[in-house]
Write a new protein. Structure first.
Length: 131
């Protein structure tokens, strides 16, 4: 699940079951469409999320514990285990990365989400194709 809050209008749940070749975004069953172009766009969107990279290390800093995440990604495995990534604003267009409530020492720039080839552009491409 990815929620970009007020940063960008994107709140989607992706479902991936590699063993059974089942793929969904929200209520849309991608695998049932049997469309290679849509499947490719779905996989590219998912990879954009999964391959987010950090921008800088700030080991001696800590995010404000009273601030809510501006962006949140939650990975839920089939056994129910979850990994929550919270992106808490450090300054404009720059976020602390918090994993399961613990600051990682890493920061991520907004352009990792919104830049060319990033999460938002891949999302828009997929949604355009699904129209």
């Amino acid at each position: 699940e990815i929620n970009m809050g007020d940063v960008y209008d994107l709140h989607e749940t992706l479902y991936i079951d590699y063993a059974n070749d089942q793929y969904k975004i929200g209520d849309i069953d991608i695998s049932a469409m049997e469309d290679e172009d849509i499947m490719q766009l779905y996989q590219t969107f998912y990879r954009a999320i999964a391959n987010l990279s950090f921008s800088e290390m700030h080991l001696n800093e800590k995010p404000d514990p009273d601030k809510d995440a501006a962006i949140q990604i939650i990975y839920t495995e089939q056994d129910g285990n979850t990994l929550t990534l919270d992106f808490i604003e450090k300054e404009k267009n720059h976020y602390y990365l918090v994993q399961n409530g613990t600051y990682t020492g890493l920061t991520v720039r907004l352009n990792r989400f919104t830049g060319a080839g990033g999460v938002t552009s891949r999302y828009e491409m997929l949604m355009d194709k699904l129209k």
